[in-house]
Design a protein around this ligand. Sequence first.
Ligand code: FAD
Length: 386
Amino acid sequence: MATINDATVSVRRNTAAPTRPVVIIGAGIQGCATAFFLSQRGQSVIVLDKDHVGRHASGVNAGGVRRLGRDINEIPLSLVAMDWWHQINQLLDIEDGFHQQFYVKVALDDAGANLAGSRIQQLEKAGFKHEKWVEPEQLHRRIPHLTKSIIGGVLVEGDGWALPWRITRAFYEQAVKLGAEFRTPVSVQSVDYVGDHWQVTTNVGKLEADNVVNCAGAWGAQIAKMVGDDMPVEAHAPMLVVTDRQPLFLDAVIGVMGGTLSLKQLDNGSMVIGGGMRGVADPDQNKTQLTPVGLSKFVMTAGRVFSHLRDVSILRAWAGIEGYTADNLPFIGRGSQPGIIHGFGFSAHGFQLGPGVGEVLADLVMARQPRVDISPFAPQRFSKLS
Ligand SMILES: Cc1cc2nc3c(=O)[nH]c(=O)nc-3n(C[C@H](O)[C@H](O)[C@H](O)COP(=O)(O)OP(=O)(O)OC[C@H]3O[C@@H](n4cnc5c(N)ncnc54)[C@H](O)[C@@H]3O)c2cc1C
């Protein structure tokens, strides 16, 4: 893969503004999807990553593609993203990119069922009808292995899962085909406004840009600080386990109402189990540490939903580094200075949003009005409070 040499790179193109290549910092799903949409629209793009494409959260996540259970402010963006997921094969020229199934959060007890009831009421009031209560008989018919004590659930048809590394890579490959340049490993060290443009200084040289898009994930706050934006994120390390192969029994993704579980079965029979339990993140060293107690909780919760999984063997466990904001909503929007656009802090649910985020960030670069309201994700929302 190409790296930049010591010279200042300034490529001017005969396109409407922006005139210099858009510089995107971060080659996770958000950076790759943004590069894809910008390239599709004829913009020249350079993506920089201190490691490599999909090295962090975007390559190692649970692959859950769900509208279910989203913060109400995030639903419009999630719906736009889902439209892209339902045509992801054509969009990215791949096969079987998205395993369309259904996603259900089961109620283990009355507390779970009550939560489900108020959630559906809240959504209906806001005009959203995609989440539906499903009665226990129907649920057990659709998922015969569910423990008999489950008393219903909230379900979204058409949600599902995808292989995270594969999709991130597919956005990258298509962006490259459309002319985007990726330079790795290249670490951004500072971003300064010089005269009439931005100068992005890396460990191997400088680039000039009119627009800089910050898709730096758990490191996004560091990039924001370089351009004078105070956008706090905390780095955490959500964990996942993969089990030994089980006979195929599940064609849905399972969560728990009021609890933390995400459970799916891959085509080879292995179960991928996650949901909320965190290890220790060390973003400065690119390292994570797993906590065994958390890992065993996954399997215990899985066993409450499917009793035959109580004795399942964990084959492999891992964690990824993810940036969390104080309200668990991402930062998506313009920075305080012209030409700076932020898209980070996805708080462990940004994979599904990826195609929608890519579209929105491309709109912002091109001074177009995104088709969804992004005001809940305002980069300035915490600095206003202080
Ligand atoms: C274990 C786990 C499970 C998850 N499960 C799900 C799920 O089921 N469904 C879902 O929707 N979401 C899930 N998520 C969340 C999802 O993975 C993330 O929200 C999403 O991948 C974030 O993408 P990103 O592009 O913002 O960040 P990243 O993928 O972290 O990419 C950011 C990139 O920026 C680069 N970078 C940082 N600083 C610099 C710098 N100074 N110079 C150059 N490059 C830099 C990094 O190297 C990195 O590659 C999960 C996350 C984890 C960790």
